[in-house]
Design a protein around this ligand. Structure first.
Ligand code: SF4
Length: 473
């Protein structure tokens, strides 16, 4: 493909341009919007966008959703204005922690799966046209929609292009890393690979650390600047505040009924994937804490029945927030979120450049998906994490959403389900579907399956099943 021809064909119908245009309006909304004003807003938005905003802007969580939308808008603005500010845009998958990019003056990070999810959540027609474009190119339909939707838009030649791509899934997801590689080859974009070996010993970590340090040198070359200690420290301090808030929210989830609204798991992972180490990220997490604390202290909220505490053991569904998060809340099923929040971040040691970098490298090594699917044994690491979280939060039912492209989780699903049941007594529901494509399995079918699972399995004796105390790990 001739790159100059691609650049000439750019217009406003690409996923990024459309999402950015919508968020440029949303960021101007006042911090508090009355129900009457909301109804007015929903009338002027396209139906799919209005549906998501109905869930995101509902009064009970508005205090957190406004900073969340503003955070996402800031991330999109950074990308949109990068060129005029003399910055380069670095695209990376969700398992790559963005804080190292935030430490460069001349770089701006943007995350493929965050863009896909924003497209699916906020655009009329969701991400369908970009997925279909990718399929029209002859790409196989077992690719992961999480990245293919946004990358399909990029391949169509009508969307923004980054200046470089970090392929952060080498060693943890072949589908993801190959899709990013394909785009970088086709659009002639530099690709920086960060490989994680399936060797979780210190030897494996040393190999990963060398790859990460090599990546920093490549980023320095791209940015035309060295990584400055003062920038690194400033970002690291904010990373530590984000980490603190992440653990505070984690602790609150132990309460019954769970005071942390289910949709906040989406807020937490979007923050982790895009604005970890930025003021906007801190504001979002602080607001999530504030709403959750208010719920905890509210007698009305505290008297709610909790029929089940359900954990999504890998992904969940992101194409209908009302019929997913809000429906579960109405049915008094606490949605404890999915594996995209299992980053287990640790505070960074701010003593020196070396200690800060060492902590950031360990965060990347231990980040979501890399930690589980890039482990020496996928099933073992995944099972251990699920068992740990079931016990931490008192979960009494888990669900595997069956994201259709995710061959690696599918390949160990049976053993995972059996082992989780054996070690904790907690059952797992296996579903089929695509987390980002609504036409694969209608949400009404998913609702029905979840309802049956809660009624007939979790609550079959009329009482919630508690996890067994005995640890057989
Ligand atoms: S969801 Fe599965 S297929 Fe998609 S990027 Fe993650 S591990 Fe890969």
């Amino acid at each position: 493909m001739d790159k100059s021809a691609v650049l000439q064909r750019k217009d406003s119908t690409g996923l990024f341009s459309r999402v950015h245009a919508l968020f440029s309006i949303l960021e101007k909304l006042p911090q508090q919007i009355s129900e009457e004003e909301l109804e007015g807003l929903f009338k002027v938005l396209p139906a799919d966008s209005a549906n998501s905003m109905r869930s995101l802007l509902k009064p009970a969580i508005q205090q957190a959703s406004m900073p969340f939308l503003q955070m996402l808008s800031a991330a999109l603005n950074d990308t949109a204005t990068a060129k005029e500010q003399g910055k380069k845009v670095v695209l990376a998958p969700f398992n790559f922690p963005p804080e190292i990019i935030h430490a460069f003056d001349n770089l701006a990070p943007i995350t493929t799966e965050v863009l896909t999810t924003l497209g699916v959540v906020s655009l009329e027609g969701q991400g369908e046209r970009y997925w279909e474009y990718a399929m029209g190119l002859g790409l196989p339909d077992h690719l992961c929609s999480a990245n293919t939707i946004d990358l399909g838009s990029m391949l169509s030649g009508i969307d923004f292009e980054p200046d470089a791509i970090i392929s952060g899934c080498v060693g943890s997801c072949d589908v993801n890393s190959k899709t990013h590689e394909f785009v970088s080859l086709l659009l002639a974009l530099p690709q920086i690979a960060l490989e994680k070996p399936p060797d979780n010993t210190e030897r494996g970590f040393k190999f990963f650390k060398n790859n990460y340090l090599k990546m920093i040198r490549q980023l320095e070359e791209l940015a035309g600047e060295g990584l400055k200690l003062e920038n690194l420290r400033a970002v690291a301090e904010k990373v530590n505040r984000c980490t603190e808030l992440y653990h505070d929210l984690w602790e609150l989830k132990k309460q019954v009924p769970c005071p942390v609204p289910g949709i906040f798991s989406l807020f937490v992972c979007a923050t982790r994937f895009s604005m970890w180490g930025r003021d906007e990220g801190i504001k979002t997490l602080e607001a999530c804490m504030e709403v959750s604390r208010q719920n905890l202290e509210s007698a009305d909220y505290g008297s709610r029945e909790e029929r089940a505490r359900v954990l999504w053991i890998y992904l969940s569904y992101y194409y209908d927030l009302v019929k997913f998060y809000d429906w579960m809340e109405e049915r008094r099923i606490s949605n404890m979120g999915d594996a995209l929040q299992w980053a287990f971040p640790e505070p960074l040691d701010l003593t020196s450049r070396e200690t800060i970098l060492d902590g950031m490298i360990r965060s990347a090594w231990n980040n979501v998906m890399t930690r589980q699917m890039g482990a020496a044994s996928m099933s073992q690491r995944w099972i251990e994490d699920i068992v740990y979280i079931i016990r931490e939060w008192g979960v009494n039912g888990t669900i595997y959403c069956g994201h259709h492209s995710c061959k690696q989780t599918w390949s160990v699903f049976s053993i995972t389900r059996n082992e989780v049941l054996k070690r904790t007594g907690v059952p797992t529901l296996g579903l089929q579907g695509d987390s980002w494509i609504r036409s694969m399995t209608p949400m009404s079918v998913i609702q029905e399956e979840v309802e049956q699972f809660v009624n007939n399995v979790i609550n079959k004796s009329g009482r919630r099943r508690r996890p067994k105390i005995k640890d057989t790990v």
